[in-house]
Ligand binder design. Structure first.
Ligand SMILES: Nc1nc2c(c(=O)[nH]1)N[C@H]1C(S)=C(S)[C@@H](COP(=O)(O)OP(=O)(O)OC[C@H]3O[C@@H](n4cnc5c(=O)[nH]c(N)nc54)[C@H](O)[C@@H]3O)O[C@H]1N2
Ligand SMILES: Nc1nc2c(c(=O)[nH]1)N[C@H]1C(S)=C(S)[C@@H](COP(=O)(O)OP(=O)(O)OC[C@H]3O[C@@H](n4cnc5c(=O)[nH]c(N)nc54)[C@H](O)[C@@H]3O)O[C@H]1N2
Ligand code: SF4
Ligand SMILES: [Mo]
Length: 718
């Protein structure tokens, strides 16, 4: 007998697709797209079906475990919590508060319990050594938003449903399904732009899957996008194509930008970027002329040496062509749970450079340090050295630069605890692992992704299954640890107890929805939103297209957009030094390594499902035929790739979708490390690109890892 359908949103990636699940015999789940979801309209990708593999996975941890000389042993929650708190307290007393460190991984953002409860837990540790996946991902966007609009979460989102010109730099939404641009069913959406007479242009060193949906694809040499953007702006100003329109009244710094970009005529940047001067001119004119144009850049430009400046210039291009806050341009969302209006302890406006890491002096952003510095902060002796680490939903050994060094560093810790579902490459170093419930056993609300969505919608997902006996949600684990780490004595414990039994995540969510822009407040006769109303609409509620909201929504002190923040303007000097000096881009026989994402993979943690790993190996290196011929390499053979920090071997794929001189390896692989418990993943181990990427290669402005453009050599495996 089949159950009545259960409706929820998929928590795996940023697209938040609605899914319909029916539970059949033998616990088989039939997972399909929810046709009645007003946002995703039935679209899903193959990963959603694998949610059941994750849920039923025998390797998924279901109770706390402790590492012993004879392997991992099951312990009770109480023992686990006591032991964790005792160790963290002991180390803090002995070595000072900064001897504790935290790392929050990507799935924390897909988990509203973690979003609501991690900040309190982290505060209870009192450490300034906080890290997360942000600094291997979207930090550059937050920096630009904070400096220009006054809040790290005021991120302009392409208005895909109306745009007439979509300029994409370094993203592959046809595979990633969009990032900082929540839009389920990307391929269809790209097609729709063209069907209404619009144009899609992609700038990427690889003719990626999205290129097939674009009108035009231009190869660019990795890491040189900043020059292309400066030259596009040069043309816009030189040819008098600027039109700030209504933005003129509250935008400052236009003159500064005009002077700056005057130094970058297309002829000057063309040979370095690999894009012709005339092509740059045409692109600038077309973008400026379109009735609604949006420029958007993602991982390819966020995680490179000039990521901060790139994200700033993307905003500048949208602004000076009058496309910010305009239908069809780049717009701000108005989410039902509005973090910009939430208490600052949950969603702070941001901060930058208030302090620096101990060893390399890298700047803090939003209270976090760049994770490229984590290993050295553990390995370098001295006051303030990290001695204990808490990881939550992260796998930094596979996801941060020079994972091998981090592997070595984690071994040196006095104590490590991981809140995670798996014994994987990172958590194998923990002394204790605290596993949470599976996504199907908990309620779900996308606090983060509604903020990033191309349309305002809201949707709550109830749990499908009750938690297994004794299982705990992430938020319960975090709150329990917070309680034990809090020094506030009786008062503090009472507060935490209130947070748990009176508030709880659902009550907090209800409160935020009531007080949000569509909220009922506390008026029982209001037609506005409450959690109960959102729950009742099991397919979600459409709140309409993005709408203009400036200058009201700006969070800067003077309510103005700062087009020319000092730190960003100054960083252009570094661009000149490093990129305009011809010798700096010479490769001496090296190739430039970039990353890529794959439809049936999700960062490092969806590799334990047979369903997604069938077929050819996914972890390969892509190389242009001319580069392969030059090295006498043939498709299918194993090749050795070396960088300054390490080497890996993977099979070669030869393809003219690569720009000559550039090679690509996906990240998240490398499951051949000893001591993990991921039986399927181990059989499809692949190798980790982050055994090659270099922690010294960063965007020195904000410390984001510069994954793209790593210099490597490639040769046959002897
Ligand atoms: N070279 C290179 N490196 C990259 C990138 C790249 O493009 N190139 N991309 C970067 C980007 S954008 C990102 S976001 C990072 C990701 O980097 P991380 O966030 O460090 O790693 P993930 O692979 O997402 O690991 C997620 C972990 O969370 C666990 N998990 C899953 N769901 C839950 C849950 O609900 N609760 C808890 N407690 N745990 C859970 C999984 O078991 C897994 O261990 O990788 C980065 N690394
Ligand atoms: N299927 C799937 N979907 C995912 C994920 C996943 O692992 N699998 N991960 C999710 C996460 S955490 C994120 S952050 C998003 C990321 O979403 P995207 O950014 O859309 O995904 P990527 O595949 O990393 O795309 C980066 C593109 O940048 C290009 N590139 C590399 N270097 C450069 C450069 O120097 N300049 C330019 N212009 N381009 C460059 C690459 O060739 C690639 O096409 O995807 C999310 N969605
Ligand atoms: S695109 Fe993302 S949200 Fe949609 S079904 Fe696939 S993994 Fe889930
Ligand atoms: Mo990411």
């Amino acid at each position: 007998m089949k159950s009545t359908p259960h409706y929820r949103s998929c928590n795996l990636c940023e697209a938040i697709c609605g899914i319909e699940i029916t539970v059949g015999r033998d616990q088989h789940l039939d997972i399909r797209g929810d046709k009645d979801d007003p946002f995703s309209r039935g679209y899903i990708c193959p990963k959603a079906v694998a949610l059941q593999d994750f849920h039923f996975d025998k390797d998924r941890l279901r109770h706390p475990v402790r590492r012993t000389a004879n392997g991992w042993r099951r312990i009770t929650w109480d023992e686990a919590f006591d032991e964790v708190a005792q160790n963290l307290r002991r180390i803090r007393t002995q070595h000072g508060r900064d001897s504790l460190a935290t790392y929050l991984g990507n799935p924390s953002v897909h988990n509203y319990g973690v979003l609501l409860y991690a900040p309190g837990f982290i505060r209870s540790l009192k450490t300034r050594n906080r890290f997360s996946a942000t600094s291997v991902d979207q930090l550059a966007h937050h920096l630009a938003a904070y400096l220009m609009f006054g809040h790290q979460l005021l991120l302009p989102i392409p208005d895909l449903e109306r745009t007439r010109f979509f300029l994409i730099l370094g993203a592959n939404p046809a595979v990633s399904n969009g990032s900082l641009m929540t839009a389920p069913g990307m391929s269809r959406r790209l097609q729709e732009i063209r069907e209404r007479g619009g144009k899609v242009v992609l700038i990427d060193p690889r003719f990626n899957e999205t290129a097939r949906f674009a009108d035009q694809h231009l190869f660019i040499r990795p890491g040189t996008d900043v020059l292309l953007l400066l030259a596009l702006l040069h043309v816009v100003f030189r040819e008098g194509l600027t039109r700030l329109g209504s933005l003129a009244g509250f935008t400052k710094g236009v003159e500064t930008v005009a002077d700056l970009v005057a130094q970058f005529p297309p002829e000057r940047v063309a040979p370095i970027t690999g894009i012709g001067a005339e092509q740059i001119r045409v692109l600038a004119r077309e973008f400026a002329a379109a009735e609604g144009a949006a420029c958007y850049g993602r991982i390819g430009v966020s995680t490179q040496e000039f990521g901060g400046v790139c994200q700033w210039l993307i905003n500048v291009l949208n602004i000076v062509t009058g496309n910010l806050d305009r239908a069809g341009g780049a717009m701000f969302t108005r989410p039902a749970f509005d973090p910009i209006k939430a208490p600052k302890t949950l969603a702070p406006r941001g901060s930058f450079g208030r302090r620096h890491t101990r060893v390399r002096k890298l700047p803090e952003f939003g209270g976090e340090f760049p994770v490229a510095a984590l290993a050295e902060e553990i390995l370098t002796d001295g006051a303030g050295q990290i001695k204990a680490l808490v990881t939550v939903a992260g796998n930094p050994v596979l996801s941060t630069p020079n994972g091998r060094e981090l592997d070595r560093a984690l071994e040196r810790l006095e104590f490590m605890v991981s809140i995670d579902c798996y014994l994987n490459e990172t958590t194998r170093h923990a002394h204790i692992i605290l596993p949470p419930t599976s996504p199907l056993e908990r309620g779900h609300y996308d606090i983060a992704f509604h903020v990033l969505a191309v349309r305002n919608t809201t949707r709550f997902s109830p749990p499908l299954f009750p938690p297994e006996t004794g299982a705990k949600h992430d938020w319960e684990i975090l709150l329990e640890l917070q309680t034990r780490m809090t020094d506030e004595g009786f008062a503090g414990r009472v507060k935490n107890q209130l947070l748990k039994s009176f508030l709880g995540p659902e009550r907090m969510l209800d409160l935020a929805l009531r007080l949000g822009p569509y909220g009922a407040r506390f008026n029982p006769f209001s037609s506005g939103l409450t959690l109960a109303k959102v729950k009742k609409a099991q397919h979600g509620i459409d709140l309409g297209p993005l709408s203009p909201c400036l200058p009201e929504r700006l969070c800067t002190a003077d309510k103005k957009i700062d087009l020319a923040p000092e730190a960003l303007v100054k960083d252009v000097e570094r661009v000149k030094e490093k990129l305009l000096d011809d010798s700096s881009y010479q490769s001496n026989g090296h190739l430039r390594l970039i990353g890529r994402r794959q439809l049936r993979s999700n960062n490092s943690w969806l590799h334990n499902t047979e369903r997604l790993l069938r077929g050819k190996p996914q972890c390969t290196i892509l190389m242009h035929p001319s580069d392969a011929a030059h090295r006498n390499l043939v498709a299918g053979q194993n090749v050795l790739i070396r960088s300054r920090v390490g080497s890996v071997a993977v099979p070669l794929e030869v393809s003219d979708e690569m720009m000559p001189g550039v090679v690509s390896i996906p990240h998240g692989w490398g499951h051949d490390r000893l001591g993990i418990q991921l039986q399927v993943a181990q059989q499809h181990a692949g190798a980790s690109i982050n055994d090659l990427t270099d922690p010294l290669a960063i965007d020195t402005l904000c410390g984001t890892a510069a994954f793209n453009g790593t210099l490597v050599t490639v040769e046959a495996v002897s």
